[in-house]
Ligand binder design. Structure first.
Ligand code: GLN
Length: 184
């Protein structure tokens, strides 16, 4: 069972991709929704808003503990921000630059080579962050110039872009197979 943090942002889109892959999933709105999860998706949206809502309803300490204790977790865009910020989940050793590619109007799409996937991935960037000063234990899966935009670290996968906004489900499949260890 995969949880999709459902406080704000691109929530239904992630659930649709999981549904299409035949992966059981549920919305996570409060701490009891975390019980028995095999993995968690932290969607894109607005990281400050998502964090405020998590603190407000008690999800923040509960998720932080689970992620730091090894729960397979996939963060996209704002999810990458939360997984990286030292003051948030602090699981990826890197400096995160929020809105690193510019504001809403500088949103863009690009076909990217991503390590671990066969063939290019059409990636949608919306007020996307990037990572820099990435630690040696962080595996970089993709970059644009010097900007790191897809990584893994232990139980965590994070992308600066929105894989749930395109019909290509390879990154979700990659997460489920390599992190959650379920066959899809
Ligand atoms: N810039 C946003 C933030 O820092 C993330 C944007 C997104 O998730 N599309 O929260």
């Amino acid at each position: 069972m995969i949880g999709v943090l459902s406080l704000q942002g691109a929530i239904n889109e992630h659930q649709k991709v999981l549904d299409n892959l035949g992966v059981d999933n549920r919305a996570v709105l409060e701490p009891t929704d975390l019980e028995g999860l095999d993995g968690l998706i932290i969607p894109g949206g607005e990281s400050t808003a998502i964090k405020k809502l998590m603190v407000f309803n008690g999800l923040f300490p509960a998720i932080k503990k689970l992620v730091q204790n090894g729960l397979p977790t996939f963060g996209t865009c704002a999810g990458m921000v939360l997984l990286s910020q030292p003051e948030s989940f602090d699981t990826i050793d890197a400096t995160v630059v929020r809105n690193g590619f510019g504001r809403q109007q500088q949103s863009f799409e690009e076909d990217l080579a991503i390590q671990g996937l066969d063939g290019p991935f059409h990636a949608v960037f919306i007020r996307a962050p990037y990572l820099t000063n990435v630690g040696s234990d962080v595996k970089v899966l993709a970059k644009i110039d010097d900007r790191v935009i897809a990584v893994t670290k232990d139980n965590v996968l994070a992308t600066a872009f929105h894989p749930e906004l395109t019909p290509d489900s390879r990154l979700h499949k990659y997460f489920i197979e390599n992190f959650v260890h379920q066959t899809v």
